[in-house]
Design a protein around this ligand. Structure first.
Ligand code: O7M
Length: 255
């Protein structure tokens, strides 16, 4: 089963389209055990209210992939959730392949990649090995931060047609062509979500980060066409992460 189908089924079964961004602030790396146990505690409290967990450099850097992070992936999958590695893969194909091999070896179900590197000798090897292993590739399409307009929002000349086009429109079209399992569009830009939704329809789901701490809301992102909501600090930095996740999950049910 494809990653896209697995997460759709998981979100339906658990009645939650929330992807937990398991991000923690900087700690002295010597306190590795403390970082790992804090992450494990959050997972224990939050797992009933999410359909997947996204891991970023916040944990890979201090814990290491095959030590702490792999334990977290096992815990995530033990709760029957999917594990997404937010590596924002962004290099030549041969290097991307090695990045994917390591993260898939650690058990991850999907990787996030940056379409700026292109297809041939860029993301093609990543897509091919991911499909072979039934893992997912999610592409950045329009990021949530203020400077996103400088890259994702620029107007480009399409190298194939010679016509002017918005960069994020080109990325949404590539997501369709390449068979991506999802695209990332910031909840802070609901208009961009609806523009991209018009291109993707129901073929490629939109994952939307930027909720809470960055100023976006699940309501506007959902109305604009997002299918999944990536939420970090609103949950991880709460005094009661389980309660914060439950509240968010319930608030989505009312919409
Ligand atoms: O909810 P937050 O703001 O604490 O965290 C959001 C997470 O989503 C964090 O891990 C970011 O690195 C990530 N993210 C964005 O915030 N904006 C983007 O445009 C893209 C991502 C992301 O997940 O990319 C895959």
């Amino acid at each position: 089963m494809s990653f896209k189908a697995k997460i759709q089924e998981g979100a339906k079964d658990r009645n939650s389209p929330i992807v937990l961004a398991l991000d923690l602030p900087f700690e002295n790396p010597e306190k590795k055990d403390k970082i790992l146990s804090r992450a494990q505690g959050i997972l224990t409290a939050v797992h009933p209210y999410v359909c997947a967990v996204k891991i970023n450099h916040h944990l890979v850097l201090p814990l290491g992939t095959f030590n702490g992070v792999q334990q977290l992936v096992e815990q995530i999958q033990g709760h029957e959730l999917l594990a997404i590695m937010d590596a924002k893969v962004n290099d030549i194909g041969a290097t991307n392949q090695v990045i994917a091999d390591y993260y898939y070896e650690a058990g991850f179900d999907a990787l996030i990649a940056n379409p700026f590197v292109g297809w041939e000798e860029g993301l093609k090897p990543l897509f091919e090995s991911s499909k072979r292993l039934d893992r997912g590739v999610i592409l950045l399409c329009y990021m949530s931060h203020k400077g996103a307009c400088e890259g994702y929002g620029q107007t480009i000349i399409d190298p194939q047609t010679g016509k002017r086009k918005l960069q994020y429109v080109s990325f949404a079209q590539k997501a369709l062509k390449w068979g991506a399992d999802g695209v990332v569009v910031g909840a802070t830009y609901p208009q961009k979500i609806s523009d991209i939704k018009k291109i993707l329809g129901d073929k490629v789901p939109i994952y939307s980060p930027g909720i809470g701490a960055q100023g976006g809301t699940v309501e506007t992102a959902l109305k604009a066409g997002a299918s999944y909501f990536i939420v970090g600090r609103e949950i991880t930095m709460s005094d009661d992460p389980g309660k914060a996740a439950r509240w968010l999950c319930n608030s989505l049910k009312g919409l």
